[in-house]
Design a protein around this ligand. Structure first.
Ligand code: NAP
Length: 259
């Protein structure tokens, strides 16, 4: 397989579009998500349109055994990934005290543990080969506290901190680590997070998942450390460094308070 890229959460949204962007650049793909029917139709589309090889794997990445089995399967297939894209993630708009613990535990497992575990599994091979890319999808949520999506925002702050740290460790190895921070983006995210009505997402001209994917792929290829999508989001992320954390929490609370 040509310069294979592993993409988690490739059945919809940003991951789906990242698969298209990577295939257009000639990369073979290994795609994982739970809805394998969607992965299989994407595989058929990309193999026909782009002539690249695409492998799919149905798996729930909140499960540690599944992650290990997926890694072992890629090893058995002889896949030496050029890049790992940890994209799968979700949020949930609710007061924390009323949160569904099972859902929030799954969020922590997916947004934090799966991303960390897969990075740990694939990184040594990349370092040994002297070449590789890690692209971890965080969010502009990484820069501030997020009342009513407290666990989600905190999980993305983890992704940013973790990725910055390993990027520094990886200097000189030929492997880079990039954090992609999209702002609100058209995808299934809002519906899954029960956040469609939140003021945060009531913006005109929300970027498409394709725009974010194109930007993220380019940042990964450049080995950029942090890639915040969009001029307004870049300015807002800079602004978060100047304002008190309480002010940031108050503003986000106003934007996300459920009706
Ligand atoms: N859209 C936004 O406004 C926005 C903004 C900032 C950051 N982000 C981040 O961007 C990333 C992609 O989200 P998106 O906007 O593209 O949302 P999306 O359309 O809901 O896509 C999420 C993807 O994650 C996969 N996934 C969810 N749970 C999974 C699990 N347990 N195991 C394996 N795969 C799982 C889903 O596939 P299956 O359901 O088939 O498993 C789907 O392919 C996420 O990390 C999200 O936090 C999104």
């Amino acid at each position: 397989m040509a310069k294979p890229i592993i993409i988690t959460g490739a059945s919809s949204g940003i991951g789906y579009e990242l698969a298209k962007v990577c295939a257009a650049q000639g990369h073979g793909l290994v795609l994982i998500a739970r809805r394998e029917d969607l992965l299989l139709s994407l595989k058929a589309e990309l193999e026909t349109a782009r002539g690249v090889q695409v492998l799919t794997y149905r798996g729930d990445l909140t499960d540690a055994d599944t992650r290990q089995q997926f890694f072992d399967w890629t090893q058995a297939q002889g896949i030496a990934p050029y890049a790992l894209v940890n994209n799968a993630g979700f949020g949930d708009l609710t007061a924390f005290a009323e949160a569904d613990w099972a859902k929030h535990n799954a969020m922590l497992q997916l947004n934090i543990v799966a991303l960390t575990h897969l990075t740990r599994l694939y990184l040594p091979g990349m370092i040994a080969r002297g070449q590789g890319r890690i692209l971890n999808v965080a969010s502009t949520a990484a820069f501030l506290p997020g009342p009513y999506m407290a666990v989600y925002y905190a999980s993305k702050a983890y992704v940013l901190s973790f990725t910055d740290a390993i990027a520094a460790e990886l200097e000189g190895t030929g492997v880079t680590a990039t954090t992609l921070c999209p702002g609100p983006t058209e995808s299934e995210f809002q519906e899954r997070a029960a956040a469609k009505d939140a003021k945060l997402f009531a913006i005109d001209n929300m970027p498409t998942a394709a725009e974010v994917a194109t930007y993220g792929y380019a940042a990964m290829e450049k080995g950029q450390r942090t890639a915040v999508h969009g001029t307004v989001n870049k300015l807002l992320s800079l602004g978060t460094r100047l304002l008190p954390r309480k002010t940031l929490a108050d503003v986000t609370k106003g934007l996300q308070k459920p009706a």
